[in-house]
Ligand binder design. Structure first.
Ligand code: BGC
Length: 739
């Protein structure tokens, strides 16, 4: 059930930020420093009386930290964890709300602040007059427009009062402690801090919202005697619960993704993240949900619950970026349908303002490599154009002077970066925005960042082999387990250098730039790759991923031989051995080179390792590792074992593109021209795929009728398509065509 309320979300004229008119210079950042612990939620309050005849009241507001604002007791807007997460030393979004309806004669505007993502991973440092990068700050302006045309501004300044809130502690990873009976000893006037407003930008991404409420499914008493509730779905968000206990009763809600092999609550994979909510009762009944933290979970464990547990008192609330769902996929195989659902849930769990690796352990960061491998699938499932526009702007803002792209964006790892396939997000992600949405502006906006990244690669290369730097390689691949050495990291790096340069040439040509230098560079990388890494029609090292990259990135003229090598490796092992880098393209290159059945065999495989193996163990999201849980229920790893990591969900674009048959055309992007290429498999009776493009719904469906496959293609108005079915090509115009 959607619970989105867009009522008071508006696009106001600029009053904050560097482009704001000078008459708003009185608006300042306010904060408290020193004696208040920054882990405590802070309530900033302003009371004011307004004259009668207010025509319109508009609030513009932002924070260093995260805020939740109320006017006269009612929440303003529905943005969760506003103002969102950007590289907040350089860019902080502000939001505009129409609050006319909430206004009274006497008013109380209260804004609760929590630390949120503020300066995650940074060392404490004073920025200005006693204010440190760990302290939270608020900036706001309420503009009252009267019927007689006059205006009044209520701005953050030292007339605001600040008190500790009932949220006694909040931490994104550890959760909240809420004391219902807490009454602050008093409040202090806010201090004005001389912090730049130039970092403020109008809301650029999607807001984060509550998107669904899931009832509790089952109450369990585990073998270890724990009281556990199962919501039936691994998700990101928080639990709303009803609670009543004696004053001082302390109830705890812990969160976990999985149970261990004995059926007990399992939290070791969370590493240091506690993700628990502690509620301190005051004798009254409360319905509570955390305001300043989120959790990744399917199960909750209740500790010291004051009364008997009633399942209907617990609801899981799903929280993520407000992306419109655009893609759908269904086929006659139940397990593949579950895989598709898990891919969608993986995206919902990790597109929380930033494309994160995972939502549960002490990480939850915008890992560039993960975003890069998943971006195409992501852009079919949901409209992620705004989402990536914002994140890519952060990528450019946080990119190092020398062009290195930090491993995570926003960069909280102090400039660690420069890995092949991770940093290439700088080029691959905007290029996908062009393919899916025909967005040329994003190519122009990111052009310099792309160029910087390629210049960085060049500075790390010798004779067009990217031979310096630390690379993640084919992260979490299985070559070693299969008795082989994993793909050479320099080979992978050089392959990406060639591919990214090739994409950059296309981008430059589209923008009308002179790209001769980069055309030459592209050819040089390719030639160097061929010379060093392809011997007698085989990619050196004999790994699946190396073959996959050589083929997908068009780095060999000996395609047939390399494809046969890849097929041979799949047959030899009987399964995939690819990690994050090779897996997304594996089925694509097998298909493109005539090994469609092998591709389907890999997809249909149920044993470890495969995409369907976790489905057999009841997975409801995509796992980080092929071997997250062994068949006997034991965990493969403690430190690196997330059960909600979308990277391997990148296979989703093969479901849309080959099973369904929907593909973009780079010569007419945004589905202006659609390349339909469905390839049925005898193990399937039907497939239905659709993507809602900017022009309307693109659909590809096929089903077996009396032993024959019947195809139906839908082309939106104003678009065209080319369908290739059993080797026969048909040109399609707008409308529905059956073949
Ligand atoms: C993350 C990955 C990421 C990787 C870098 C991990 O800790 O969870 O998804 O890409 O580090 O190799």
């Amino acid at each position: 059930m959607g619970i989105i309320n867009r009522a008071n979300w508006i696009k106001g004229a600029l009053k904050l930020g560097k482009d704001a008119p000078t008459n708003t210079s009185a608006i300042v950042w306010t904060s408290v420093v020193s004696d208040v612990a920054t882990d405590t939620g802070l309530d900033f309050t302003k009371t004011f009386v307004c004259k009668s005849g207010v025509k319109k009241a508009e609030l513009q507001i932002s924070a260093l930290g995260i805020y939740e604002a109320t006017l006269n007791g009612a929440r303003i807007g529905d943005f969760i964890f506003a103002p969102g997460w950007t590289c907040n030393e350089k860019r902080v979004q502000y939001q505009s709300y129409d609050v006319t309806e909430q206004l009274k004669n006497e008013n109380n505007l209260t804004v609760t602040l929590g630390r949120g993502w503020r300066y995650l991973g940074k060392n404490p440092e004073i920025i200005t007059n006693g204010f440190s990068n760990k302290d939270m700050a608020l900036i706001a302006v309420l503009e009252l427009e009267y019927e007689d045309g006059t205006k009044e501004l209520i701005t953050t300044d030292k007339t605001w009062l600040v008190a500790e809130s009932k949220i006694r502690y909040s931490n994104l990873y550890n959760g909240d402690i809420y004391d219902a009976g807490f009454i602050p000893e008093g409040s202090v006037p806010a201090i004005e801090i001389n912090h730049t407003k130039d970092i403020l930008i109008p809301q650029q991404g999607e807001k984060i919202v509550e998107t669904e409420r899931l009832p509790a499914k089952e109450l369990m008493n585990t073998p270890a005697g724990e009281t556990v509730i199962d919501f039936g779905q691994n998700l990101t968000g928080y639990v709303e619960f009803k609670i009543r206990g004696k004053k001082g009763d302390k109830a705890t809600v812990q969160h976990a993704e999985v149970l261990d092999k004995d059926g007990n609550f399992y939290t070791e994979n969370l590493r240091s993240a506690k993700q628990e909510i502690i509620f301190i009762c005051d004798g009254e009944e409360h319905v509570y949900k955390p305001a300043l933290s989120f959790q990744g979970f399917r199960y909750i464990k209740l500790v010291n619950w004051p009364e008997s547990v009633n399942l209907s008192d617990f609801t899981a609330i799903v929280v993520h970026s407000d992306m419109k769902r655009t893609g759908h996929f269904e086929c006659s195989d139940r397990d593949i349908n579950q895989l598709y659902k898990n891919i969608v849930w993986g995206q919902r769990g990790n597109f929380l303002d930033v494309p994160t690796d995972c939502p549960q352990r002490d990480e939850r960061l915008g890992w560039t490599g993960d975003a890069q491998v998943f971006v195409r699938t992501a852009s079919y499932n949901f409209d992620v154009e705004k989402f990536f526009t914002k994140w890519l702007a952060d990528l450019a803002a946080d990119q190092c002077e020398n062009g290195s792209v930090p491993h995570v964006i926003p960069d909280v790892l102090d400039k660690q970066g420069g890995s092949a396939a991770w940093g290439d997000a700088a080029i691959i992600c905007p290029w996908q925005m062009y393919l899916t949405y025909a967005n040329k502006e994003i190519l122009a906006a990111q052009f310099d960042s792309m160029k910087k990244w390629l210049d960085f690669i060049q500075s790390r290369s010798k004779n067009f082999i990217w031979n310096k730097g630390d690379h993640f390689g084919d992260w979490l691949n299985l070559e070693k387990d299969a008795g082989n050495k994993e793909a050479d990291k320099k080979l992978i790096a050089t392959a990406f250098a060639a591919y990214s340069t090739a994409l950059f040439v296309k981008v430059g040509n589209l923008l009308g730039k002179d790209m001769q230098e980069y055309e030459l560079l592209r050819d040089n990388y390719k030639a160097a790759f061929c010379k060093k890494y392809i011997k007698h029609g085989k990619v050196v090292g004999n790994t699946q991923t190396a073959c996959v990259l050589a083929l997908y990135f068009d780095l060999t003229d000996e395609k047939e031989a390399v494809a046969a090598q890849l097929e041979g490796l799949v047959k030899k092992h009987g399964h995939l051995t690819t990690g994050f880098v090779g897996a997304p393209y594996l089925l694509h290159v097998l298909t493109a080179n005539g090994y469609v059945k092998t591709a389907y065999d890999l997809l249909f495989r149920k044993e470890y390792p495969s995409w369907l193996y976790p489905i057999g163990l009841g997975a409801t999201t995509i796992w980080e590792r092929w071997n997250g849980i062994w068949p006997d229920g034991t965990m493969a790893d403690k430190g690196m074992n997330s059960f909600n990591h979308y990277a391997y969900g990148a296979v989703g674009d093969w479901l849309y593109g080959t099973m369904g048959g929907i593909n973009t055309d780079e010569n007419a992007p945004g589905f202006k021209h659609i390349i339909f290429k469905p390839i049925p498999d005898e193990r399937l009776d039907y497939v239905k795929a659709s993507v809602l493009s900017r022009h309307g719904e693109v659909k590809a469906e096929w089903q077996r009728v009396d032993g024959q496959v019947k195809y139906t293609f839908t082309v939106p108005q104003g678009c065209t398509g080319t369908a290739t079915v059993d080797g026969e090509v048909t040109e399609l115009s707008a409308g529905v065509t059956e073949l």
